[in-house]
Design a protein around this ligand. Structure first.
Ligand code: DOR
Ligand code: ZN
Length: 439
């Protein structure tokens, strides 16, 4: 593999505390040298990428995506989902197990990792916590881990039974895996298609009460605290309510290993975006009230949120173009996350660039124990995103690399244009830096 030298860029590596002009040399899939501008010692013969005016950062890490393979290749494949990820600056994605079949076995985990899937960046499968994600019998976590699974979850199908969740937390801790919970008490949300509130009332739809989320988060935190085992790690997926982040904040004050992620749509949109039954505003958890949205922003700014994760959930056009109540939950997100975070978290709400990038790389990588990812110190994987931090551009769903176009962000102005995404030393995406700049 030829070496790659990224010259004249501004390196931001939050985990290493670097925010300075640096050249960086990548060889054999790893970072081999970092030096001041023009000072690389071993770059002879390397292909050079000129990053003048650009930010160089660890490749982004999304710990919550749905790649739909095996089983639903018409929505997305591992190849198309990872191509969209690379276009968005991501070099690592953790793939949820609600595939067909459910990824509850080492065989399926290995199938997802096979070279035949043509992933353009690194995929980290997440194994199902219970057989078929039915919330009853716990899977063999040691076997899933040795096949490559990095966490366990029944995402989309919350584990409701106290005993099963307790056993899941304990068994995962024994083998060093995190448990990710999609916190939704489905006994309270049956037949509901959006958030409970004035919008649901106006539209005549049944609404999911915020307590369905926060109640389960509180239950899970109680279980973690009762287990009294420092190895237990609960990660709350796509937190969307003020009460749920308040519970996570308190758990952390109590010294528990409880983390949470927030998706861009939950800190940017509210139930108002459902408008007149727009299925591109339908996802689970649903868009919430303005107060909940504000609580997400506050929790991101004050550090309670550990990661931004997209919950990239592709669905085919014919599936979304139906009555609101019959449409599947989910929106795509891999290509818009960085641009939304830079436009809003950084530019609008003044979160320093290093902290935004940390939420998109260093922290999620650390959370799932992805060694050598989320940082660019010498010896780390050569996973890099190079982007123009100032470029404003308009996102066009029609240009997506994903197989699906179910995004509420079509036509939005984003900030930060990805120029190169490099996965283990190979260029996985080249952005020309010009397409759709400013409408
Ligand atoms: O919006 C969602 N989409 N929420 C889920 O829980 C599942 C996911 C999907 O798989 O489409
Ligand atoms: Zn999900």
């Amino acid at each position: 593999m030829t070496a790659l030298a990224i010259r004249n860029g501004h390196l931001i590596d939050p985990a290493a505390g670097i925010d300075a002009p640096k050249d960086i040399l990548l060889k054999d899939g790893k970072v081999v040298e970092i030096a001041g501008p023009g000072k690389l010692k071993s770059a002879n013969g390397a292909e050079v990428l000129d990053a003048t005016g650009l930010t160089v950062a660890p490749g982004l890490v999304d710990i919550h995506v749905h790649l739909r393979e095996p089983g639903q290749g018409y929505k997305e494949t591992i190849a198309t989902g990872t191509a969209a990820a690379a276009a968005g600056g991501f070099t690592s994605v953790a793939a949820m197990p609600n595939t067909i079949p459910v990824n509850d076995s080492p065989e399926t985990t290995r199938w997802m990792l096979a070279p035949e899937r043509n992933a353009s960046i690194r995929v980290f499968p997440i194994g199902a916590a219970t057989r078929g994600s039915k919330g009853e019998a716990i899977n063999d976590f040691a076997a899933l881990k040795s096949a490559g699974a990095v966490a366990v979850t029944d995402d989309g199908h919350p584990i409701l039974k106290d005993g099963v969740m307790r056993e899941t937390l304990a068994a995962a801790a024994r083998v060093g895996l995190s448990v990710i919970q999609h916190a939704e008490d489905t006994r309270l949300t049956k037949g509901c298609s959006m958030n409970a509130g004035p919008m649901a009332f106006k539209l005549g739809l049944r609404g999911m009460p915020p307590e369905a989320e926060s109640g389960l988060v509180e239950r899970d935190i109680r279980l973690v605290s009762e287990l009294r085992d420092a190895r237990v790690h609960l990660h709350v997926a796509h937190t969307s309510t003020a009460a749920a982040v308040a519970a996570v904040r308190q758990a952390r004050r109590n010294g528990l290993r409880v983390t949470c992620e927030v998706a861009p749509h939950h800190f940017l949109l509210t139930e108002e975006h459902v408008g007149l039954y727009s299925t591109h505003a339908k996802m689970n958890p649903p868009l919430r009230s303005a107060a909940d949205r504000d609580a997400m922003i506050e929790a991101i700014l004050d550090g309670v949120v550990d990661a931004i994760a997209t919950d990239h959930a592709p669905h085919a056009t014919h599936e979304k173009e139906v009555e609101f109540e019959n449409a599947p939950n989910g929106i795509t997100g891999l290509e818009t996350a960085l641009g939304l975070c830079l436009r809003w978290l950084h530019k609008e709400w003044k979160l320093p660039l290093g902290r935004v990038l940390s939420l998109l790389s260093a922290q999620p990588a650390a959370l799932l124990g992805l060694k050598g990812r989320g940082t660019l110190t010498v010896g780390s994987f050569a996973d890099v995103v190079v982007f123009d931090p100032k470029a404003e551009w308009t996102y066009r769903a029609a240009d997506t690399r994903s197989k699906s176009r179910n995004t509420p962000f079509d036509g939005w102005t984003l900030q930060g244009k990805v120029r190169w995404t490099i996965s283990e030393g190979r260029i996985a995406h080249r952005g020309n830096g010009q397409s759709s700049i400013k409408p």
